[in-house]
Design a protein around this ligand. Structure first.
Ligand code: NAP
Length: 342
């Protein structure tokens, strides 16, 4: 195992490039190392993989951070499907790329999402009408309370919109491996999102070749600054900072996008609410923290930002939306070393 390195700055390990040091950092390159580090350190060990969905306090955190760098992908046929098993530390976008190349359908719309495979079930990562819950076959986890390694079926993950049992109870389990059940096909399922369908020239209800879907998603995400690029500060973000809110139909602001849900609520667009509340693209400090110039939902570090500045801007935006529309925005990233002052 790689040794414990004391007081390592976490900023370079996050896509926001923000945050102070951890008391110690240890790299786990095998499942055994990961399990041993977590169990040995108890509650004071915080797993970190891609760093793409975390907001680390400027003061850092008085804990050991274990970097999840485990690797390994296997594929096995199961009737018309293939079950893909990937170690938690496998970079997600590379896994999507490989599955598309192998003619496996089900995650092609999730191309370009930064971070690790193990992080995808935690917030039930989703984009363009696909979410990880659609294809997840099982998750192998370490139960930190009992020390047992368990294989959880999808229903035990209690997936919801950008949430899961893992997100609701963060200290309970560490994801070790994700198993996905993908369909052997060269064409995707029906493209559900209009923007993507238009990019692919696909009629409603039609699919498109997997590789084309992946390319179209990557092009759309790039245009919005949602594909990591070290030279582009618009991508120095944690992706969407707020989740899209669900409201009762009567509480939907006039003119807001409306996506009715099976439970009778309506999903609306956080980006629309933010813009209508007066926060435009680029709003903020051009050298510190500002809204991305390409996407209203991304708060970005222009190079000299701090986490406290980021939280202050997020607070200002959330307060502005609540005052204007009475809707409470919830942040999507995980806060480490501090809490969302919501
Ligand atoms: P957009 O196309 O500007 O649309 C705004 C919101 O409307 C989206 O967030 C999406 O909700 C919702 N929406 C659009 N068409 C829909 C449909 N046919 N049915 C249901 N809901 C619909 O959104 P965007 O910000 O550019 O993002 C495009 C996609 O990439 C979204 O799915 C988004 O979630 C995903 N994405 C995720 C992240 C992240 O950090 N998690 C970052 C960038 C993009 P949903 O978000 O629920 O899909």
């Amino acid at each position: 195992m790689h040794g414990y390195v004391p007081w390592v700055r976490l900023a370079p390990l996050t896509t926001l490039r923000l945050g102070g040091p951890a008391r110690a950092l240890v790299e786990a390159r095998s499942e055994d190392e990961l399990v041993e580090t977590v169990l040995r350190g108890g509650e004071e060990v915080v797993p970190l993989a891609g760093g793409s969905n975390v907001v680390v306090a400027d003061e850092g955190l008085d804990a050991t951070v274990v970097r999840v760098l485990t690797r390994g992908v296997s594929m096995s046929r199961d009737g018309d499907d293939v079950v893909v098993r990937a170690a938690a530390g496998e970079p997600w976008d590379a896994l999507v790329d490989r599955c598309v190349a192998e003619g496996l359908a089900g995650i092609e719309c999730l191309a370009g999402i930064p971070g690790s495979t193990g992080a995808t079930p935690i917030q039930n990562v989703g984009a363009y009408g696909q979410e990880i819950a659609d294809t997840l076959a099982a998750v192998r986890v370490l139960d930190r309370r009992t020390g047992a390694i368990e294989e959880l079926p999808p229903q035990a993950c209690r997936f919801g919109y950008r949430t899961s049992a893992f997100k609701r109870d963060p200290g309970h389990r560490v994801v070790l491996e994700v198993a996905l059940r993908l369909r052997r096909a060269t064409v995707s399922g029906p493209i559900r999102y209009g923007e993507l369908a238009r990019a692919l020239d696909a009629a409603p209800g039609e699919g498109a070749p997997l590789a084309d879907v992946r390319e179209a998603v990557l092009a759309l995400r790039r245009r919005k600054g949602m594909v990591l690029d070290p030279d582009d500060h618009d991508t120095w973000s944690a992706g969407s900072f707020f989740t899209n809110p669900f409201v009762a139909p009567g509480d939907l602001p006039e003119g807001a996008p409306a996506f009715p849900q099976p439970d009778g609520t309506v999903k609306t667009s956080a980006a629309w609410l933010i813009e209508q509340a007066g926060f435009c693209k680029g709003y903020g400090d051009p050298r510190g923290i500002a809204i991305s110039s390409k996407h209203t939902l991304a708060l970005t570090n222009r190079g000299a930002g701090t986490t406290s500045q980021l939280v202050a801007l997020a607070r200002e935006i959330a307060d502005g939306v609540r005052e204007r529309f009475g809707v409470r925005l919830q942040p999507e990233p995980v806060f480490l070393g501090h809490a969302w002052p919501g």
